[in-house]
Design a protein around this ligand. Structure first.
Ligand code: G6P
Length: 369
């Protein structure tokens, strides 16, 4: 056990630091200087994807959050409608399936009972085809799908998913680019996005350098009972994933909100005991997010802001801190910003003395309903 963990104290920490390698492996021989390589989704994949007119994504837990990021991506770059749903809901309702819709199941293990059942149910619902994005080649989800794109995260031991998530994002970015190209995205823009995606391992490597600063920040969370995570746009799912990580391993109650919803409820909870973690990438929504943060500040809330290096932000808030992250571009930003949030949860959990790799009541793979 100690041998496998090497220099790391927990599997989770090791897996967080394996992300540059895992993401690079997932992109390896699938994307090059001229774009996404042919037939990376399996035999007949490109022909099938050329017919797609809409996408339904089904998953659970962290994999569901990856699906939510993909919705923003595919709608923006490929201009195809996307619906994302947790598998346990999807399987028991009568979803409407428009013609030529692709069914995508995302699962680290490929054995999650609800995801597998949703995929079986999808057969009855008349999809164009099914695609599995999965980390285990011999799993049930992969065996039963028409098309597959394997994440190459390697074994993930920590119950809280880390490298599985960022490799899912890498795989979903490849899907986005393939669909976008097919749907006539401007070639220059397409190639620029491809280049950005290929820089992801390097940008994650840089984000990992923030560990000492994040470790210091984690101390603020030791006595807390609640935390709020805010994001906007494609960073909202990143906030959801950040709050899930904190809940899972530190047992601090955390909720994520799209920052624009702050006024519609959660602001009532903000006081000096409620840390607010915000993801602030550079982009058209930055000013709006800043005014949301002003509302938190005015109520004495402690603000922890992960801000893009390029984003013009004021200095440190009176209570809290601003940490600078080099996102490396708007497309890959959600994957890069995920990393400091993983490190934050990890260090909070270590300081609170919980069982980081095996949190109470949770299982790595939920194979029962
Ligand atoms: C469990 C795990 C999570 C995981 C979820 C979905 O809840 O603890 O980390 O995200 O299952 O698992 P899957 O293998 O389908 O991605």
């Amino acid at each position: 056990d100690a041998v496998e963990r090497g220099e790391y104290r927990h599997y989770m920490q090791k897996e967080i630091f394996e992300q540059p390698r895992a993401v690079a492996d997932t992109l390896e021989s699938r994307i090059g200087p001229h774009g996404v390589l042919p037939n990376i989704f399996g035999v007949g994949g490109d022909e099938l994807l050329a017919k797609v007119r809409g996408v339904h994504i089904i998953a659970c837990g962290t994999s569901y959050h990856a699906g939510l990021v993909a919705k923003y991506w595919i709608e923006e770059y490929a201009r195809l409608p996307v619906a994302v749903e947790v598998a346990s809901e999807y399987r028991y309702r009568e979803a409407v399936v428009p013609a030529d819709t692709l069914f995508v199941a995302i699962s680290q293990s490929g054995e999650t009972a609800d995801t597998l059942a949703a995929m079986r149910e999808s057969r009855r619902r008349g999809y164009l085809g099914t695609l599995a994005i999965c980390n285990v080649p011999e799993s049930s989800v992969v065996r039963e799908a028409d098309l597959k794109l394997m994440t190459r995260a390697g074994p993930e031991i920590g119950v809280a998913s880390t490298k599985a998530f960022t490799t899912q994002l890498a795989a979903l970015a490849l899907l986005t680019l393939r669909l976008a190209h097919e749907r006539g995205l401007d070639e220059t823009r397409y190639l620029a996005l491809c280049e950005q995606l290929q820089s992801l391992p390097r940008m994650i490597e840089q984000a990992l350098q923030l560990e000492p600063e994040i470790q210091a920040l984690a101390e603020h969370f030791i006595p807390r009972h609640h935390a709020l995570f805010l994001g906007r746009g494609v960073q909202f799912p990143v906030a959801l994933e950040g709050s899930l990580k904190l809940k899972e391993i530190s047992y601090i109650h955390a909720e994520a909100y799209p920052a624009g919803e702050l006024k519609h409820g959660p602001l009532a909870l903000v006081d000096e005991d409620m840390p607010v973690v915000a993801v602030a990438p550079n982009g058209p929504l930055l000013d709006k997010l800043k005014s949301n943060l002003q509302e938190v500040r005015a109520r004495g809330g402690e603000l922890i802001v992960f801000a893009d290096k390029a984003a013009p932000m004021d200095g440190n808030p009176s209570r809290g801190s601003v940490l600078r992250v080099d996102a490396g571009g708007e497309f890959i930003a959600p994957a890069v910003f995920t990393v400091p949030l993983q490190l934050l949860s990890y260090h909070v959990a270590v300081l609170r003395g919980t069982d980081v790799d095996q949190p109470r009541n949770l299982a790595k793979s939920v194979t029962v309903e």
